[in-house]
Structures are given as structure tokens and as C-alpha cells.
Design a binder for this molecule. Structure first.
Ligand code: KIV
Ligand code: ZN
Length: 520
């Protein structure tokens, strides 16, 4: 393979920790961001956008921590095109092995007139100043023209030419509001490729939102036209309808290499565990029909399909579950399995960096689960590890005990004991059903006014002894958070998920009070 052909690949710029985290209900703690950052490194992404350092102290700290832990991918922070944001982003990636900076300014007339109140000349000047300032400290600088797909092409050519001359290594063409149509987006990329001065020195990047359900299609149309970096998120999370889904773009490029002729450097076998980790961290489940990572993505239900697949997989399968790391032999451990087997299986699942205390806590939970459930699957283990993580054990509220009475002739009643900052409190109360009784009683003990906006239960695996994975979404003061928990007893799982959401709400509210009101 020639050196040129080897270099011709599509870089994956992952913005799960920035654009993804910005979406309501997807907020992550610093430790969670670091854990996901490590998984993104295993996945083999080229760039991790770890946050927006000028947005808040918490965001700054998260970018700083991810930057200091991650070695292989470039780690960058987002910055508006002004000195203060740029300096903050530079400081946040100071410890990175491969520091990067992503600066942006809007270029559409709609944004210039109503949001920025700036002239085109002022926008070009701000972009140049920002890129030059960033390049003095950071070797890898990306410049984005926000709302590019609704901007005048002549002006885009001008601003991108100026940004490259100022030192930008990547120029990004965001479809900020999800307005683009694939062939039109491809034409825009072609126009930029032929008209922007110095374009041969920069990588062209696509950043698409999914408002019309076209984010992956637009990004792929961009690749055909010359895009060599795609900005995306795991499970396609992100503002409004979300961002381009990483797994969809990566697997489309791989499965249809005959069409695209270029691939990414993603370790596709890590896709499924990345998706699962994100789900566990945010508590937001992936829809079963989601491409690549949904529970039904490789399930063949119709008899005619099952028959075909049994005869020859190629009849109905364009990629194998193994190629994206979906576990096929999922039965792993039973209650007699020992510490060694447990530790080994966790290592295989990607949890190589657990501390002894975390391992011990997870092992104890596994043994208890093994007594209540015949077969323990990979998904059960992941749920256990997630719930026993160090960040959860250090939470403000801890559910100590729960008992519930319900039935056809009983008024649903719950009694709870909760530790609040180390102090034990208890209460009991009734509700319209057992879950309602539990939630109302916990809310009273904790003294919260959070509103329950969503409650969902899913069986993690099959069987009546399956663990129920409960996801709870709470909202208060304009902040929405999700919490999750798993247990064969779904009422207990509901209580733990509710308490988890309350802890996240506490965390987010204290971060919000420090935050300045900024946002791309
Ligand atoms: O959607 C968008 O325009 C962005 C920019 C900051 C790149 O997220
Ligand atoms: Zn975006």
C-alpha cells in the first residue's frame, strides 16, 4: 500500500463528551467523562472533544482531566472565537499528550444579524485572530463555520481561506440545524474543495445534526465529496435530534468500502461496549431498532429470515454481530464462579482499570445476584460494575433499605431508609402504585421538588429472572437528568434509579451555579 493510500482515511472526531453531553438528560460527571474517554481511546477515535472549557469550572476540569489521562487520540476543547475562550481551552489541554483546540464562529447571515450583530468583515477578523492565537500554543487547530449549510458559499470560501492562512489544520463544515440534504451538502464540499485557498493543507470535516434524520447520510455524502473527518457521537446523542451516529458512519464505510473506497481506523469490535457504557452512564436507553447497536439490530424474528440465516448468514446479514462486538456467547458466569473468572471476564469486557475496592464491591454484588438469578450474562456484569463504580459510592444520597407492600387488596405502601450526607433518615408513605409510593416517599425524605418526566423499565436479558434495568428522568430548574439501576426486583431497581437521578441532579445543580450562561 502506498504511503498516500495509507493516509487516505476518514478521521473520527468524537464529540460525545461535548455536543452529546449538551443534550438534556445526557450530563456526565467528570469521572464518567474520563471513563468514557478511556473507552473512546480503546475504540480508536482520532480526536476526542472533551468539553467546552469556558462554559463552567466543571467543564474546564473535565477537559483537563480527560486531557491528562488520554494518550493516543488528540484531545481538544471547544472555544468561541474570542481571547478568553481560546485561553481557557489552551489551559485545559495543557497536559494532553496530543493537545488540540476547536474554535468556531457563525457565518450565516441569520446568525450574524440576530445573534452576533457583527459584519462579515468582523467575523473573518475574529476567526483569524482566534486561529492565530490558538496556533501559537496548540499544534492542532480546527476552525468551524457555525451554520455553514445556511451560509453564503462565497463568504464561506473567504472565511475558510483566511482560517487556513492563519494556521487551521482542519476546517469544519457544520450543518448546525440539520438542514442539509445529502447531494446539496456534497456540492457544498466540492465547491469548498475547489475554491478555498490552501485547502490542500487542511482536512475537511463534516459535523451534521439529525433534525431531518439525515446526519449520517449527509456525512457520508460529504466523504464521497472529499471530507476526511467526520464529527459524531456514540449512539448519535446530541443537541435536539442528535449528532451523526459514530457507529452508523463507521460501519457504512466498512460494509460499503466498495462504494466509498475509504475507511476509518476504528476498532469496530469496541463499538457495542462503547454504546453500552454510554447507556449505563447516562441512563438513557438505545431504541431497540437503532442501527448497529439496538437490541434488535441483529435479531432475526421472521420465520423466513431465520430459515435463511440458518442456511447462510449472508442471506439477511450484511455485517456480523461479532464485527461490532455484540456478545454472541452471552452466558458467562454462575453463582459458583470465583473471583478469578469474574475478574477475567470483566477484563474481557473492557473493565481492566477497576481498583481492588471496586472489584471487591462488584464481586459481592455478583454473588448476591447469582443467588437470585440462575445465569449471569455480560449485560448483568456491566450493570453491576456501573452501579458499584467509585463515583456512585461517593454520592450524597444512598438508599440503605426499602420495603414495599402492594397487591390487589392492599394500599401500596413504601418504607425507606436513606443516608443523606452520612445522616440516616427514614419515612413511609402510600402511593397510586408501588413505584409511586416509593418515589413519593423518597422525594419527601430527601426534600426534593424534582419532577418525574420519564420512567422506563427494560429487561436486560431474557427470562423471568432477568434483571430489570430502570431508567428515570427528573427535571428541576431547567435541568434534566437521568438515573438508572438494575435488579431482578424492579421496585428496588426503580428506587435505586430514582436515588441515582437525585444524585445527578444535585451534581448538575451545583455545576450550573458555577457556570456562566454560554453555549454554542
Ligand atoms: O453544531 C455546531 O455547529 C457545533 C459547532 C460548535 C461545531 O456544534
Ligand atoms: Zn453541533
Amino acid at each position: 500500500m502506498s504511503a498516500q493510500a495509507y493516509d487516505d482515511y476518514v478521521r473520527i472526531f468524537d464529540t460525545t463528551l461535548r455536543d452529546g453531553e449538551q443534550a438534556p438528560g445526557f450530563g456526565m460527571t467528570i469521572d464518567e467523562k474520563v471513563r468514557l474517554g478511556r473507552q473512546l481511546e480503546r475504540l480508536g477515535v482520532d480526536v476526542i472533544e472533551a468539553g467546552f472549557p469556558a462554559a463552567s469550572e466543571g467543564d474546564f476540569e473535565a477537559v483537563r482531566k480527560v486531557a491528562s489521562e488520554i494518550r493516543t487520540p488528540i484531545v481538544c476543547g471547544l472555544a468561541r472565537a474570542n481571547e478568553a475562550d481560546i485561553d481557557r481551552a489552551i489551559a485545559a489541554v495543557e497536559k494532553a499528550a496530543r493537545p488540540g483546540l476547536h474554535t468556531f464562529i457563525a457565518t450565516s447571515d441569520i446568525h450574524l444579524k440576530h445573534k452576533l450583530k457583527m459584519s462579515r468583515a468582523e467575523v473573518v477578523a475574529a476567526a483569524v485572530k482566534a486561529v492565530e492565537r490558538a496556533r501559537r500554543h496548540v499544534p492542532h487547530v480546527e476552525f468551524s463555520a457555525e451554520d455553514a449549510t445556511r451560509s453564503d458559499v462565497d463568504f464561506l470560501v473567504e472565511v475558510f481561506s483566511a482560517a487556513i492562512e492563519a494556521g487551521a489544520n482542519v476546517i469544519n463544515v457544520p450543518d448546525t440545524v440539520g438542514y442539509a440534504i445529502p447531494h446539496v451538502y456534497a456540492e457544498l464540499i466540492q465547491a469548498l474543495r475547489s475554491r478555498v485557498k490552501g485547502i490542500e493543507k487542511a482536512v475537511i470535516s463534516a459535523h451534521c445534526h439529525d433534525d431531518l434524520g439525515l446526519a449520517a447520510s449527509n456525512s457520508l455524502a460529504g466523504v464521497v465529496a472529499g471530507v476526511r473527518q467526520v464529527e459524531c457521537t456514540i449512539n448519535g446523542i446530541g443537541e435536539r435530534a442528535g449528532n451523526t451516529s459514530m457507529e452508523e458512519v463507521v460501519m457504512a464505510l466498512r460494509t460499503r468500502k466498495d462504494v466509498f473506497g475509504v475507511e476509518t481506523r476504528i476498532q469496530t469490535e469496541q463499538i457495542y461496549s462503547s454504546s453500552r457504557l454510554l447507556t449505563q452512564i447516562t441512563g438513557v436507553a438505545v431504541p431497540p431498532n437503532k442501527a448497529i447497536v439496538g437490541a434488535n439490530a441483529f435479531a432475526h424474528e421472521a420465520g423466513i429470515h431465520q430459515d435463511g440465516v440458518l442456511k447462510e448468514k449472508l442471506t439477511y446479514e450484511i455485517m456480523t454481530p461479532q464485527s461490532v462486538g455484540v456478545p454472541t456467547n452471552r452466558l458467562v458466569l454462575g453463582k459458583h464462579s470465583g473471583r478469578h473468572a469474574f475478574r477475567e471476564r470483566l477484563r474481557e469486557l473492557g473493565y481492566a482499570d477497576l481498583s481492588e475496592a471496586e472489584l471487591e464491591a462488584a464481586f459481592r454484588r455478583f454473588k448476591t445476584l447469582g443467588d437470585r438469578k440462575k445465569e449471569v450474562y455480560d449485560e448483568d456484569l456491566e450493570a453491576i460494575v456501573h452501579e458499584e463504580g467509585a463515583d456512585r459510592r461517593a454520592e450524597q444520597y444512598r438508599l440503605i433499605s426499602l420495603s414495599v407492600m402492594s397487591g390487589s387488596d392492599a394500599i401500596p405502601t413504601a418504607a425507606v431508609r436513606i443516608e443523606i450526607g452520612g445522616v440516616l433518615k427514614s419515612d413511609s408513605g402510600i402511593g397510586d402504585g408501588p413505584v409511586d409510593a416509593v418515589f413519593q416517599t423518597i422525594a419527601r425524605v430527601v426534600g426534593t421538588e424534582a419532577k418525574l418526566v420519564n420512567y422506563a423499565v427494560n429487561a436486560i436479558t431474557g427470562g423471568t429472572d432477568a434483571q430489570g434495568e430502570v431508567s428515570v428522568r427528573l427535571a428541576m430548574d431547567g435541568i434534566t437528568v437521568s438515573g438508572d439501576a438494575a435488579d431482578p426486583d424492579i421496585i428496588l431497581a426503580s428506587a435505586r434509579a430514582y436515588v441515582n437521578a437525585l444524585n445527578r441532579l444535585e451534581e448538575r445543580r451545583s455545576r450550573a451555579t458555577q457556570a456562566r450562561t454560554v453555549g454554542p
